[in-house]
Structure formats: C-alpha cells, structure tokens
Design a protein around this ligand. Structure first.
Ligand SMILES: C[S@@+](CC[C@H](N)C(=O)[O-])C[C@H]1O[C@@H](n2cnc3c(N)ncnc32)[C@H](O)[C@@H]1O
Length: 450
C-alpha cells in the first residue's frame, strides 16, 4: 500500500487552496463539503498558511506550485499539489459520496482513469440510500450500548440492523418503518427474544435474468428462502444464493398446488420465524400478480414487508419483438388487460378497449383467444386490426406470431397447446411493427399514416 487511507475531520478548520481555475475550484468545493473554512488565494501568502489544517495547490504552473509546496512544507502543513504526485504529502482519492457513507478509491496515483472506473462500479452496487442507513445506526448507538451489555449479542444486533429488515426498509425509503422495526429488534434483543424477519415482494421480470432490477438481484443473493411462481424460469432462480431454500408455490391454471391463502400464511409463518423471505413473482408483483393481497396479509399480521417492482410482461415482450406500445402516429394509449375472466374478478369495459389508436396488452389471453376476439369485435374493433402473440417473451425460446384480429383464435391455438409457455397478446396498429416473418408486409399501415 503506497498511501494510508485516512478520513480527515476538517469541520470548522482552515483549509487553503492556492490557485484559480477548475482544479482549484473543485478542491475548494470538496473541502467546503467536509465543513472546512476555505480560503482560496491566487498567490501564496505565508500568514494564510500558518496554522492551516491542509493546503491544496493547483496553480497549473510548475514554478508557482513548487514555491507554494515548499512554503507549506516549511510550516509543517500537509500539502496536495494537483497532478504532481511527487510534491504531495497526501493524494485525493476518487470518492463515492452517500452522506455519511464515503468510499475512497486510490490507485496510488497510477491511473486516475482506473480509479474513476472503479468508482462507477462501486456506485452501481451501492444503494442510493446507504447514507440513511448509517444515520439510522447512529441514532441507535447510545441506546444499544446501554441496553445490550453482552458484546456477542450486541454484534448480532448491529449485523441485523445493517443487513436485515430495518436496513431493507430504510433503503426502500421507509424511514419510519425502519425505525419501528429497529426499535422492535432492540426490544427483542434486550429481552433475548428471536426477532422477526422480513418479506420482500419482488418482481422477477418476464424471464430474461438480465432484466431483473439491481435490487431484485441483490435480494436473491441475500434471501433465506424464495417462494416463487412456476412462471419464474430456472435462469432467474440460478441468481439466488446457493444455499437459499427454493419453494415453488406456483398456481398455474388447471394444476393448482397452493391457494393464495396458503401462500399468505406461509409468508407470515416464515417472517415470524426470523427469515428473510423473497416472494418472487413473474413480471411485476402488482400487475395481475396478487401481490397486493400478500402485502395486505403481512401488514395485517404487523410484519415488515417491502415491494420491489419488476419489468412486466407487456413491457418485456413488446421490447423483445420491437413493438412500441405507444407510437406518435398509431397509438396514444395502452391498456394492460386480463383475457381470463376469473371468478369474482371485475370484467373490463371492452367497448373502450376496442377504440382505434389504443394498444391492448392482453395477459392470460391465449387460451381464451376466441372469446377475446368476439368481445373486441362486438365492442366495435375492426377485424383487420393487427395482432401479435408473444410466447416465452424475452427467453431463449421466445416465439412470435402475427396476424389480424379475425384470425386471433387460430393464431393462439398453436400457442396454447401442450406445455406451451406464457403468452401475451398485443392488439392494435402497433402490433404490425413486430419484427417477425411478416414484418415487411406489416409496415404498410405505418407507411399509410406517415
Ligand atoms: C398471472 S399473470 C402474471 C403477470 C406478471 N405479474 C407480469 O407483470 O408480467 C401471467 C401472465 O403474464 C403473461 N406473461 C408473463 N411472462 C410472460 C412472458 N415471458 N412471455 C409472455 N407472456 C408472459 C402471460 O400472459 C401469462 O399468462
């Protein structure tokens, strides 16, 4: 190690910056952001340097830099000279700044570009609100020291605070919930009770594991247990921690295994048993996913729960086959609708959906294609309206069929046979833009309107 990384407390202390221009201004701003009282000079003045906590020199001129460096050294003030490592007592690292959490990266002056690249990577994995987590920990420090005497139990409490449910809540923006949870855990630790866990209701996206959000991928690496739908493919589950327990709770049509009530009860049971639970749902948990019911059950039981959105099938499939769901000349509205009229669910207002200039993304519609077609035609849709069916969207075995609304049932028949994967139907002029065998023929309607 060429330099020892130290974090310097400059609050209220005098820092001198010698020089003008962007490099000097950046250093002045940095020192100010750490609470220093900054004096910026165009020329060196011995009296200003005396008693300073540090000096930054950035005149851009070798002779001026050298003079300033010598004066600082003669007064015993640590000095940094921009772009002249040989003249420096200390160097400036690349910095990731998240309030109280600061990461400093140094390559010992060898390559600022490498340091900047590393900073970018660290920024990408460090949650945006990690500074709030540090603040939460700070507010508990005195109480924890006073209430948990045993060092091992204190360490367990801290680890749980920064990795467990309270941390998840604060990172999700729920500061009040995080505080409540941490207080509960402190109380449990004091009384030597096992703390409760947390459930994350997480969207897995349409199937391509690279479409997981950063947050979802991180939670898959942290969860004790993952309760997942059948629609979540092995490629996504492969991103889970190796020793995480995987529980399939799929309820695919026709071969029900778990009822929704059973899933809700299982979530509650596992969170009460201190587990970090990920409830992994295809697409987005709040789009035809019954995620709302699971959140409701956990809230009703007074347990911590956080929600992580996912790329819903309509967005994933449309992007994968090149269908813009809205288009300046073809569609100014898009509706996600269920083609499957489940018992007890509210029926969509089909006449409004059949309007021109409106794109429909129909979930769970392939097995009910004839009924979807009839409802749309009865509601006034043109039989020639373009349609596209995307099966296994975003996955290696994705399949696209395109045609006209009048042919929807025939097109869908080939998608709902045997062990076909999930299919999404897109209805509307934009469906003609799908990149498939018929793409050229389907460019016609677009040519007409442009
Ligand atoms: C119960 S819904 C779940 C929707 C999910 N919550 C979402 O936001 O995508 C299941 C339906 O989503 C659609 N679906 C999900 N993943 C899909 C995929 N990869 N390709 C095509 N359709 C998909 C199908 O219409 C399937 O019948």
């Amino acid at each position: 190690m060429k330099h020892l990384p130290l974090f310097f407390d400059l609050l209220g202390r005098r820092v001198v910056v010698v020089g003008e221009g962007p490099a000097a201004d950046r250093r002045a701003a940095l020192a100010r952001s750490a609470g220093a009282e900054v004096r910026q000079l165009s020329d060196i003045r011995v009296d200003d340097l005396r008693g300073a906590a540090a000096v930054f020199v950035a005149t851009g001129d070798l002779d001026h830099d050298t003079v300033a460096q010598r004066v600082a050294k003669s007064l015993g003030v640590p000095v940094n000279v921009a772009d002249r490592p040989a003249l420096c007592d200390f160097i400036l690292p690349a910095i990731v700044d998240r309030d109280d959490v600061v990461v400093a990266i140094s390559t010992g002056g060898a390559s600022p570009t490498l340091a900047a690249t590393l900073r970018g990577r660290i920024e990408a994995v460090l949650p945006e609100r990690i500074g709030s987590l540090a603040r939460l920990a700070a507010t508990f420090r005195a109480q924890v020291n006073a209430l948990i005497v045993d060092p091992a139990r204190r360490r367990t409490f801290w680890r749980r605070l920064v990795e467990g449910p309270a941390a998840r809540l604060v990172l999700a923006g729920d500061d009040a919930g995080a505080r409540r949870t941490a207080l509960g855990e402190l109380d449990d630790a004091r009384r030597r009770l096992a703390p409760v866990g947390i459930a994350h209701i997480v969207g897995a996206g349409p199937g391509d594991p690279d479409l997981l959000t950063l947050k979802a991928a991180q939670l898959l690496r942290e969860a004790d247990v993952i309760l997942h739908d059948d629609l979540v493919p092995p490629a996504v589950l492969a991103r889970a921690r190796r020793d995480a327990e995987l529980v399939p709770v799929g309820k695919r049509k026709g071969r029900a295994r778990w009822t929704q009530d059973e899933i809700n009860a299982e979530l509650v049971r596992r969170v009460r048993a201190s587990q970090t639970v990920v409830r992994l749902k295809a697409g987005d948990p709040f789009v035809f996913g019954r995620g709302g019911e699971e959140v409701g059950a956990l809230r009703e039981a007074g347990l911590p729960v956080a929600i992580v959105p996912g790329v819903t099938a309509a967005l994933g499939c449309a992007a994968s086959v090149g269908i813009p769901l809205t288009h300046r000349k073809l569609a100014s509205a898009v509706t996600f609708v269920s083609g499957h009229s489940a018992e007890g669910s509210r029926e969509a207002a089909w006449p409004a959906l059949a309007a021109q200039g409106h794109t429909l993304a129909i979930y769970m519609g392939a097995t009910e294609a004839a009924s979807v077609r009839d409802r749309l035609l009865r509601a006034g849709a043109e039989p020639t309206t373009p349609v596209a069916i995307i099966e296994n969207g975003t996955r290696p075995d994705e399949r696209l069929s395109t045609g006209r609304l009048a042919d929807l049932a025939r097109l869908a028949a080939s998608h709902s046979r045997g062990d076909a994967g999930p299919s999404l139907i897109i209805v509307g002029d934009v469906a003609a833009l799908a990149s498939g065998d018929f793409a050229e023929e389907w460019q016609q309607p677009l040519a007409k309107v442009s």
